[in-house]
Write a protein that binds this ligand. Structure first.
Ligand SMILES: [Zn+2]
Length: 209
């Protein structure tokens, strides 16, 4: 993978860390290297996303195996990245663990998700031209069984081809894009929207919008 891609991922890790979206060693990032057969460039497991180094990435195949024969272990959530790029056709996937995605994914879990509507910032999502849009944010139950979670994400994305992100309950956000810039923009836009929705709920606890 080109060093420009790892440089961008390192910069995103540092920016997201500063904003509290990938604290500890949480989160993981990937970019499609090839489609046929599928290969992904992805962050190695358990690395501090605020201080990523070029050697803390690796390439995996369509089953999430390291293709380079090094000892680096791919992120435990690699199978989710693979499910997302397969179903959506995305070229990059970014996963974050912010406070607002964690809280909202819990409070709306019973309903399986929630809508965000009316906000100008919705226009930052690919293909959305107006604030008069209703964006469905689906939520999957969290589990350490990544194979099960990946197949649930696969089914969910096939049922909801228009969504721009998925929340995992009490865990965080998966979003993606047609390129890395688009995926990074989706993280910023969705995190802004989650915080707006979350803060508004606190001001008007009876309003569930
Ligand atoms: Zn995670």
């Amino acid at each position: 993978m080109s060093s420009a891609v790892s440089d961008t991922l390192i910069r995103l890790g540092s920016e997201f860390h500063r904003r509290g979206w990938v604290l500890g060693t949480s989160g993981n990032f990937s970019v499609v290297v090839d489609r046929n057969p599928l290969r992904l460039f992805i962050t190695a497991s358990s690395m501090d996303k605020g201080r990523l180094l070029p050697e803390q990435f690796l390439e995996v195949d369509q089953d999430g195996r390291n293709t380079q024969g090094t000892t680096a272990r791919p992120s435990a959530e690699t199978l989710l990245h693979i499910a997302v790029v397969r179903v959506t056709g995305a070229e990059a996937v970014l996963h974050t663990h912010s406070v607002w995605s964690t809280v909202l994914s819990d409070i709306h879990a019973q309903a399986g998700g929630f809508f965000i509507e009316g906000y100008e910032m919705l226009k930052g999502l690919e293909g959305i031209e107006t604030h008069e849009h209703r964006e469905w944010i689906p939520i999957l139950e969290n589990t350490q069984d990544m194979r099960a979670l990946a197949s649930q994400a696969d089914a969910l994305l096939r049922r909801n081809p228009d969504v721009h992100g998925i929340l995992i309950r009490q865990h965080g956000l998966y979003t993606w894009g047609k390129n890395l810039d688009s995926a990074a923009r989706h993280v910023e836009i969705l995190e802004f929207l989650f915080e707006s929705v979350g803060r508004r709920r606190m001001m008007e606890p009876g309003i569930h919008k």
